[in-house]
Structure formats: C-alpha cells, structure tokens
Write a protein that binds this ligand. Structure first.
Ligand code: NAI
Ligand code: MG
Length: 377
C-alpha cells in the first residue's frame, strides 16, 4: 500500500506565492517519478496565513486553518508573511507573523533545525558571498538544533515602567525531548556526528539543569554518540574563527539557538538560500501516545515586499525546504539528496537569480532545477 502524505501549503504574502510555486513544481516532479509514485501519494491543500488572511478574514490565521494544520497535515510548507501594508497597524499575535506563531504552537514543533554547510546550496555561492576567507569555511558542515517552544521567549513576563523581567526556564522533559532530536540527527550520519550543546552553565541555573539532563540523556540513551558542552559565548567566537570545529549537531536553547543560527547564516553569506525545519520528532524516535509526527518547513528569509510580484525572487531556500521535508518528514533521503544535488548543479552552472548577481527569473530557476532532476533522478 502506498504511503499517503498530507502537505499543507502556506504561500503567504510578498514573494511567498512566487517561491512556493517553484517549490511545488519540484515537489510534483519528484512525486511523479515512477520510483516514488509506486509507494508514495502526496495530497496538497493551500491555505491563507499572514497578511492575506488578515485581509480576507480579519485574522492572521483562522481556527479552521489551525485545525487543518493540527488534524490533517503531516507536513507544512510555509513561504513568508508580512509587508508594509500590515506592519504599521498590527503586532504580535495580531500581526501577520502571529499566524506562524500560532501554527508553531498548535503543532508543538519544539526542535528548529538549520543546516549550515559551506557547499550548500553550492560551494561557489559561499565562496562569493561569505564574508569569511575561503579556507576558513571550507568543509564547514553542521546543523543547529534550537529548542523552539520554551525558555525565555515563552516564560512569564513582567513589564513595569521601571522594571522588566523574562523568566528563562526549562524542565527536564523539555531538555530531554530536544536532546533526543539532536542525538537522533547525529545518528543519521555514518559515523555519527558529535552533539555539541551550548549553554551558560557558569552563570545560569537553567543552563545547569540543561547540561545535566543533556549529559544524562546522551549517556543513557545514545551511548554511541559523542557529546560535548560548549559555553555559548565562546561558541560564537569559534564560529567566527574556526567554524569547522563545530561540525556536527549544535544543540541550544531558544535564546542561544536564535543567535547561533543567525550567526551561522554568515557562513553562506546570503539570504534566500537557507531552509529550516521545525519538528516534533524524527524517523527512528518513539512518539508519545496520541501524538502524530508534525513538521513545518520554511525559508529563513522574509516576504521581501521590495521585489514581490516581479518574478525575480530566489526560490532556492523554499526548494531546499522541500528537500528537508522529504528527508525528515518522509524519510526519503534519496529524493532529498537529489533535490539538493540538482540545486547545487544549477547554481554551479551559473543559473542564478538577481540577489546572487544572476539574471534568471524565479520561474527559470525552478525550471532549471526540474530539468536537472530529470537528468540525475
Ligand atoms: P526579507 O528577508 O524579507 O528581505 C531582506 C532583503 O533580502 C530584501 O532586500 C529582500 O529583497 C531580500 N530577499 C529576501 N528574500 C529573498 C529572496 N528569496 N530572493 C531575493 N531576495 C530576497 O526581510 P525584511 O526586509 O526584514 O522583512 C520584509 C517583510 O518580511 C517584513 O514584513 C517582515 O516582517 C517579514 N518577515 C517575515 C518572515 C517570515 O515570514 N518568517 C521572516 C522575516 C521577515
Ligand atoms: Mg532570529
């Protein structure tokens, strides 16, 4: 029997619909390959989120759409939301990005993954756009796993005129579950990647618990995976001086993970090419009773209102999100790799959008990736 996969598409605002169209083109192409269609069936549904949903329904996401995400979708592909039209009047959960926050919360996708490698999307892009010297970034290959549903961003808040406070707390269960994702991710490599956990156990109580639970979980559940602790501040120095030392899985809480994952973007040096995944499990990990595997994939860029509607946006990050979806949601490593290889070959051949100093349109880039897939798949 064929596996069925329900995919919810959120094109959103700005360049969102344009880059999403190319991602769906790739997805459809892979889905139609004989080797894939024999055992996998993909169902799509596209819904409103962000500014377009505010215009239509007065809300950045409706309860109906939230329940589609929660009850129907196995995976969500999200492009981007927001723009000047809504920025001035709305903020927080009311604003366009509130829709995304609500979806993330509804799915409890607590592990945010950002892969970072000098040759992804392609070595020549890093060489041209990274501010780092070539020999510094050569061979860099790591993935940041950021805890995304707890810590300082979700704790109690006090906001008085003269005093403000954010509670930065973690429970054992929260640390365990994200550690398991990091370790399981390490095990996908042969030999297993090391897991490097970032904290400030020298000054923060929450970091001391983090370190203790991280070490216990690694020792008892993943004895075959090497692990290390690294103070978060020195990790960001290492990332700037000798980033290869961080090759492996970098595990961090919400705050440190936010910073290190943005800093990691400097390895490649440009927006528009970096995908991310938010997960509640990985193939190989047991799920709590009653829970279903959920994931959301999104580029790390925004809705780029300055270039929206011109067919010049770079769809690379969005297309690489499709690769991550095959890899992490559907355990289809071969197809994930084929998409990454096709994108790399196309970029190396010089087919590039304007942000990468090329002349290809959004559609031409997507078509070139499909043509390349036809060659290699
Ligand atoms: P942005 O990432 O949208 O744009 C920054 C610059 O990079 C712009 O010059 C843009 O043209 C360029 N750029 C971004 N993605 C590109 C792509 N795929 N191809 C070619 N060029 C690209 O960030 P910005 O300008 O800070 O925010 C614009 C809007 O996006 C705001 O309304 C913001 O709230 C929203 N935003 C939404 C996010 C999301 O949906 N997750 C994340 C970040 C921002
Ligand atoms: Mg950030």
């Amino acid at each position: 029997m064929a596996h069925t996969h329900n995919i919810l598409l959120f094109p959103g605002d700005g360049i969102g619909p344009e880059v999403m169209a190319e991602a769906v083109k790739i997805l459809n192409h892979v889905a139609s390959l004989a080797s894939v269609s024999a055992s996998h069936q993909f169902h799509f549904r596209s819904e409103l989120i962000g500014g377009c949903s505010i215009d239509e329904h007065g809300k950045s996401v409706t309860p109906e759409v939230l329940s589609i995400a929660r009850d129907w979708a196995d995976a969500v592909l999200f492009a981007a939301v927001g723009g000047p039209k809504w920025d001035s009047q709305r903020r927080g959960l009311d604003g366009p990005e509130g829709g995304l926050l609500q979806v993330r919360r509804a799915l409890d996708i607590y592990a945010n993954l950002r892969p970072c490698a000098a040759d992804t999307p392609s070595p020549s892009i890093s060489r041209e756009f990274s501010p780092f010297k070539r020999d510094v970034i050569e061979g860099v290959d790591f993935v940041v796993v950021r805890e995304n549903c707890g810590g300082a961003y979700f704790g109690k808040k006090i906001e008085d005129a003269d005093y403000a406070m954010d509670e930065w707390g973690y429970s054992t269960a929260e640390i365990q579950r994200v550690t398991r994702i990091a370790a399981q991710l390490a095990l996908r490599h042969n030999p297993p990647w090391p897991v490097i956990s970032l904290d400030k156990a020298n000054v923060l109580a929450s970091s001391r618990l983090w370190r203790k639970v991280f070490e216990q979980t690694m020792q008892t559940e993943f004895p075959q995976v090497q692990y290390m602790n690294q103070l978060a501040d020195s990790a960001s120095l290492i990332l700037a001086i000798n980033p290869r030392k961080l090759n492996g899985v970098l595990l961090a809480d919400n705050t440190f993970g936010d910073m290190i994952s943005d800093q990691a973007g400097s390895i490649v040096g440009t927006l528009g090419v970096l995908p991310s995944a938010s997960l509640n499990t990985l193939p190989g990990l047991p799920l709590d009773a009653g829970k279903k595997q959920k994931a959301l994939y999104e580029p790390t860029h925004g809705s780029a209102p300055d270039i929206a509607g011109k067919n010049i946006a770079n769809p690379t990050a969005m297309i690489l999100c499709v690769a991550l979806m095959f890899r992490y949601s559907f355990d289809m490593e071969k197809e994930a790799k084929q998409i990454e290889d096709a994108v790399r070959n196309v970029l190396e051949a010089g087919v590039r959008t304007g942000d990468l100093r090329g002349t290809a349109t959004t559609k031409e880039f997507g078509d070139a990736v499909v043509a390349e897939l036809e060659k290699i798949a």
